[in-house]
Ligand binder design. Structure first.
Ligand code: AMP
Ligand code: ZN
Length: 151
């Protein structure tokens, strides 16, 4: 058991040593920092959807948002709220989207949990998600599958 814990901590040490966002936090890679406190860091996304696109991350390395301890995640989301307003006002946007990609299937490229704050413009022409439909009764069974996993 101890061996397993040690192995896990070695893996996580390696992950944070090679992680591009951990390197940004440590100042080993330059970034356009917009905010920093004891636990949270925020900087401009290098490939913005719209100008001002900001990433908010916990300083501690965790791969996805479900890996982030609850207390830390609360700190992160409070900063997301605060910066959403300042990013919107700062770049004169009409609105903003907040999103987080988790796991490769969702398009997560950097395996360090992060929230995107994307300033939105009435004129940006971005489309919403494509919407599918449920067949008769399917919504209930899908809901049950989810509810049965809540712990
Ligand atoms: P995701 O697809 O949710 O993992 O998003 C990762 C984001 O990180 C992308 O939008 C990238 O443009 C952004 N990114 C990658 N490297 C850097 C970097 N060095 N500085 C700022 N943003 C970065
Ligand atoms: Zn990291």
């Amino acid at each position: 058991m101890d061996d397993c814990i040690q192995e896990k901590s070695k893996i996580s040490e390696y992950a944070s040593e090679t992680c591009i966002f951990c390197k940004i936090i440590k100042g080993e890679i330059p970034s356009s920092k917009v905010y920093e406190d004891e636990k949270v860091f925020a900087f401009l996304d290098i490939g913005p959807v719209n100008k001002g696109h900001t990433l908010v991350i916990p300083k501690e390395h965790h791969e996805t948002i479900v890996d982030v301890p609850d207390d830390l995640l609360k700190d992160v989301i409070v900063v997301v709220k605060k910066l959403s307003k300042t990013v919107k006002n700062g770049v004169g946007a009409d609105g903003f989207s907040v999103l987080t990609n988790n796991y490769e299937a969702a398009g997560q490229v950097v395996p360090h949990a992060h929230f995107h704050i994307i300033p939105r413009l009435n004129s940006d022409g971005l489309m919403h998600w494509p919407q599918n439909k449920y067949s008769e009764g399917e919504m209930d069974s899908v809901k049950e599958k989810i509810v049965s996993k809540i712990s």
